[in-house]
Write a protein that binds this ligand. Sequence first.
Ligand SMILES: Cc1cc2nc3c(=O)[nH]c(=O)nc-3n(C[C@H](O)[C@H](O)[C@H](O)COP(=O)(O)O)c2cc1C
Length: 381
Amino acid sequence: MAKDITQMMYMELRQEWNRILDEARPRVAPRCRACRECDSLRPKCGFVSSERGKSGERNYEKLQQIRLACDTMYEGGNGDEIDTSCEFFGEVMSAPVFNAPIAWIKNAFPDSHFKRPGMERVDGRATDSDDYGYTKALIDGCADVGLVGWVADSKHHPLVHFFDDGLHAIKERSGRGVPTIKSWEDGQMIERIKKADEAGAVAIATDIDCVGLGDMSINAKYDSLPGIVTPKSAKHLKEIFSVTDRPYILKGIMTPQGAVKACESGASGIVISNHAGNSLDQSLATIEVLEDIKRAVGNDIKIYIDGGFRHGEDVFKAIAMGADGVLIGRPVMVAAEGADSYGVSIYLQKVIWELKNAMRMTGCLTLRDITRDKVVITKEF
Ligand SMILES: Cc1cc2nc3c(=O)[nH]c(=O)nc-3n(C[C@H](O)[C@H](O)[C@H](O)COP(=O)(O)O)c2cc1C
């Protein structure tokens, strides 16, 4: 019988993770090197599409300037007494951790093993991409360790339907997943929202910052595939999402004003995100804007965050500074490449283990105990 990943020792998880990285490395090259520590730092990292990649670098670097305040003089805190569980729109989760949505695996990694048999590239596009297999690895890998997975969206090619593939994977897991919809024309968005509704998705998200991805916005008219993404006001988003009763989450919020507008739009959650630095160079790091955003919206809306989070200790930092949960992007994608759903589960279970240990080392028995005084921002922040 396969070993229960949730019962693995930390050393075993780390060994497995290193082995999975070795498996993934030839499949993700040359863009990604499957580094032991995925830090976005140029020139070695080619895994952001922005020319300079400064926003992605800053995400990682600013997180390193926050440290944890160790205090082990308290009662309790044996393994089982530390509770990392939380709730996500009615679903119980083993920890406040998600994968971040990233679409079109073969576009990122041409040598990905998620290849549709018999298919080749058409019109220079990765139409041989098996995004159903890839998103299934994400959704199942998350669910197997008690988490909720996210899937992404892209232009539909006549031969590949990324959104439908991801939704299929979610449906097969009884709706335990979040589909992300790009900021398309109203009709296209509404069609996808209705499909997500039918699939029983826990919540539905929109990456509103996708308008910074030039090929879908500024250069869209030169693309042979239909579909253009545009900015949308709070009122406009409210109208579009009125077709569903499901909670929806706006991904790509980077200012307190943006977070207030998200509340006005009726969204139930936001993801503080700069799209791994893909959509706008020279933006602030996500962790830098978290506290101002929390001050602006308080508990009116759930606050999630991504960008450079790699370990349980990083998740701890975000919770201490006001977030309800953290999304992790590129390492989870590499994990799926290395060992499908097993790889995703191993990596995320390692993150959960680290979070639990950070809680034990700081006297936090539940997530509520992770308060602001448990982290220290160093002078250079
Ligand atoms: C290659 C790549 C493609 C991405 N595609 C999407 C996407 O289709 N939709 C989306 O919401 N975010 C997308 N993202 C952003 C991620 O969801 C997430 O915000 C980011 O990767 C988090 O940062 P991290 O990779 O440092 O953890 C993409 C990121 C990368 C690196």
